[in-house]
Design a protein around this ligand. Structure first.
Ligand code: NAD
Length: 338
């Protein structure tokens, strides 16, 4: 019997996770939860995903919009083996008691606090730790991107200290109210930013300092990375190591990809759904060694890199596959890897 998965919150992350779950041979998407009958609710119906109302008082609004409901989110949670909560930051915490009341294990997203859950999760970093946990947080887009990079470096060379400056997009393309619109903000202005401590929820002993900025861009984040290694490989060896990883894409030298705009064009040209880029995009030419110091630039597509991680977290929690099997199955079904 396939894993019965519910997705509560069908926005930027939720709709992508729903599509990825629907592709999995060992999973069935039993429905998605929505608060209101907007264009995304219509999309769920068009995709054949049963639609459940998150707020009972608003059921009439769905009727008036001509959108058929399969029931309430509470009924969906009761029927599910696991629920993926993809509600806005903080709402996941509000929903926790609902999932507990129905004894349904839940995945939350990176906008929730780490102390809401038993385990924070990254498939490459700590897959096994999520097994049998009831409440698991798939870490944020930036922490996912850093974990995927730091895991192989730590295993292969040892990490003495990581220092990362995160140049973050002001908002997603559809977030018209976000900014800055014409500025470059140290954000947060005090150090370290929350990203380093968040990486420590995956690798508790890793020494890492992070600084954050926000810029008037919507497409992707860019990380400027310096990792002091415990050994001194040459840059080619590091490139090879990163190239062997399945969720890191080394942008080839000479590809003419100079930034997030070209990366998104690249993804569109290759027929990626929503121009999603699930992989860390590391500029091959930027990978440099100065003594034991590694330097590189990577771009992270904030709307999609956590999607395969959610799929893997489902199998990790329910113990239906080990890390290698799950990552391979997710990669194959989603066609991850350029
Ligand atoms: P979003 O606003 O695009 O989507 C959230 C959806 O949940 C919306 O459709 C909203 O109507 C719905 N919703 C609100 N309250 C609800 C409730 N009580 N029950 C059911 N649905 C409800 O938000 P998002 O960008 O998808 O973010 C979701 C989570 O993922 C947050 O924790 C965020 O921090 C995290 N995250 C976001 C990004 C990103 O770049 N967008 C990246 C990684 C992680």
């Amino acid at each position: 019997m396939s894993i019965q998965v519910a997705v509560n919150g069908y926005g930027t992350i939720g709709k992508r996770v729903a599509d990825a779950v629907a592709l999995q041979p060992d999973m069935e998407l039993i429905g998605v939860g929505k608060t209101r009958p907007n264009h995304e609710a219509e999309l769920a119906i068009e995709n054949g995903y049963p639609l459940y109302a998150a707020i009972e008082d608003r059921i009439d609004l769905f009727d008036e919009a001509g959108l058929e409901l399969a029931g309430t989110v509470e009924e969906m949670v009761e029927a599910a083996d696991i629920v993926v909560d993809a509600c806005p930051s903080g709402i996941g915490a509000d929903n926790k008691s609902l999932y507990e009341a129905h004894d349904t294990p839940a995945l939350y997203q990176g906008g929730e606090d780490a102390d809401l859950v038993d385990v924070s999760f990254n498939a490459r970093g700590n897959f096994d730790e999520a097994t049998s946990a009831d409440h698991v947080r798939v870490v944020s887009c930036n922490t996912t991107g850093l974990s995927r990079l730091l895991a192989p470096l730590q295993e292969e060379y040892g990490v003495e200290k990581a220092r990362v400056t995160l140049v973050r997009r002001g908002g997603d393309p559809a977030q018209t109210g976000r900014g800055p619109i014409n500025d470059i903000l140290p954000n947060p202005v005090s150090l370290p930013s929350h990203h380093g401590p968040d990486v420590n929820t995956i690798f508790p002993d890793l020494a890492i300092d992070t600084l954050g900025l926000k810029v008037p861009a919507t497409l992707m984040h860019t990380h400027s990375v310096n990792v002091t290694l415990e050994s001194t490989p040459d840059a080619d060896a590091v490139r090879e190591l990163l190239d062997e990883q399945t969720r890191t894409f080394l942008i080839p030298e000479g590809a003419g990809i100079d930034g997030a705009g070209a990366l998104k064009e690249f993804a569109m040209d290759r027929g990626r759904p929503r121009a999603d880029i699930w992989e860390n995009c590391i500029w091959s030419e930027s990978v440099s060694m100065e003594g034991s110091d590694l330097y590189l630039f990577q771009a992270i597509h904030q709307e999609s890199d956590v999607v395969p991680e959610n799929v893997d977290a489902i199998r990790a929690v329910l113990g239906t596959a080990d890390a290698a099997e799950s990552i391979e199955r997710t990669n194959e079904t989603m066609e991850i890897g350029f």
